[in-house]
Design a protein around this ligand. Sequence first.
Ligand code: SF4
Length: 753
Amino acid sequence: MSLRVALALLLSFFLRSATSFTFAPLPTPSTVLRSTSESPDYVKNILWTPSWKSGARDEEFGLITNYNEDLSKVIRRKTRTVECGPIKFGSEHRIVRQTMATTNTADVDATVDQVMRCADKGFDLVRVTVQGRREAKACQEIREKLFKKGYTIPLCADMHFNPTVAQMVAEAVEKIRINPGNFADGRKDFDDHIYETEEDFMRERQYLAEAFIPLVEKCKKLNRAMRIGTNHGSMSSRVLSFYGDTPRGMVESAIEFADICRSQDYHNFVFSMKASNPLVMVQGYRLIAAEQYRLGWDYPLHLGVTEAGDGEDGRMKSAIGIGTLLADGVGDTIRVSLTEDPEFEYEPCNRLAEIAESRLFVNPTSASKQSSVEGYEDTRDIQSFEKRQGDLPTQVETDQIDARGFLHRDGSVIAVVTPEMLKQENVQYLYQELGCKLAVGMPFKDIATVDSLLMRTLPPSSAVAERTHLRRLIEVSTGVIVPAAELEKDPMENTVALMTMTEAIEKGGKLPEGAIRLAIELDGKETAEQLTHLSSLNPVMLLNNPAADTSYLHASRRLFEFLKSHGSNFPVIHHFSSSSIVEKNELALQIGMRCGSLLTDGLGDGVCVELTSDHRFSVDQIRQMSFGLLQGCRMRSTKTEFVSCPSCGRTLFDLQETTARIQEATGHLPGVTVAVMGCIVNGPGEMADADFGYVGTLPGKVDLYLGKEVVRKGIPNEDAVDGLVELIKEHGMWVDKEDEAEPEAMEAMSVAN
Ligand code: SF4
């Protein structure tokens, strides 16, 4: 017998001796959603956290001060240890990597196989969905089979709507996830009731306590872990009515459930505040962390962006949300929810955790980077989101071209281009890769065309064709940013000269011949005295690229604080450069983490990705990723936004295949959000702010939604994508896809040029 199997059997024995594994019928909690005067004293005597809304909390605990340990160093937020079978959550332990099974939980063998594959990949915990008694019973078998096969990986049961089944399944698995939005505080039950007064709102708490306490008692007795997992898309109507659709509502809803746990002296729980919008998600987590500081609580946080989607976009969105929080030392366990098989979640999940762990101040290299940033006061307001708006380029009398298009008001993308790409035989492809529309071979800007180019080297003026191609881009308001030294050697008209801060000060901002604007590249080491020169230099943009031996996050925050305190609105482009990234998923994660953690605070006006690694990413790949970053940070919408659930045991259709078909049919509609949800149980609730929804109702049947309202019911799967397109058309949000030019025509145009 292997050591692994022996340990598993031993653990199995202890778990069994702690639990009977019998599923005796449990008393059904009251289903009347009103408190009763007969509530026992232990329910009536819960010590509720004072109201935030009335200001009582501020009075008793003071104002919110901080959401993490230290704003200038990356230190894990101090959290208690929560035990979950053989693993532990909390700041004394590594970040726990977790995922969720997509199999039907009632299919025991398939679920066991999938959990084993996840464990083999490296996951620490797997969640399974539990709809009812059948799945709860299956969990018992799954647990037993896993033990027999030597797998001690803990399981978490995902519960919605069913307190009785939650108690059953607590006997079989190590952790229970409950959703305060629907555990007992069901949306339907409060639909007709407006909660305006504190009294009204608080009266219902008695019922929540009655429904929840039996589960808490059971978890305490069996030493099970719990996640109080709020979801922005599925808050109860009661909370929505009282707090609105806000991160604050998410936090208050979780605190109510935590108060109940604490009243029973049960503390083995973690919180989550998930949302599909990374900005809402980040705010929710910061708020729950901040509230915990002032309340003196220390429960760990499970981080995740819901319905992130698949591929690069899914990874990018998760990196923006999860990465932003980890970058500040907030978060103890993470799940990257992708519309892909759970095994594929491991790589991004593990990488995000690894990167976060490597950036901790305890690591000497990171400590030195963070310490190298000059001190500054961090004045960000974590309780509200405000975008810093950089001033856009304006037109001046002497301009021969329109410089206003060098940047975009919703966020700019700058592409790095080489002289080679401008050669006659390459230029048509370059125009396409930059996202230009073409008319008779001439480039024009379109919705997702880059705004400016960064050229480290210019084609010499003797290369007439290359210069002509570049001029054509400038003529359609594309900024061409070139190092000043390069322009001094061989000038070119209507360009933007790039200088370091030192260079710009030395030259007094004097532009080389032909250049019409100045851009300044910052490495994060500029002194405050140097930065004060910015106002007289008046650059059209700043390229923020902190040096490798300084902390990108902290150096950037210092810059923004400097600009804010000096009333300077120069646009700041995040200049991401790397010489080592060779793989696109890694690039998405790194850009999402590094730039996303600033853009989610409204800090930054665009992105420029410059890679010097041997592996050549195409201009198009980097452009799409850059626009994906801006869209993920809710800045600039250049394509349809998809909110697709990761699928689980409730999913009623092949989610990956259907999502791909929907993306193919509707992926060209900027400003439109389409939700693809696997089931009706949570789907409609979790679609968040989608314009249209595609939701599985029965096997082979789909409902279509307009916002939160179902407008077409029971459509056969095979007709539903067409139905969705029709629905979008009916509501005036459809545009036809533009015909793409035939390759032969492109060639002809290229020759004609
Ligand atoms: S919406 Fe998707 S992930 Fe959520 S419960 Fe339904 S099928 Fe599972």
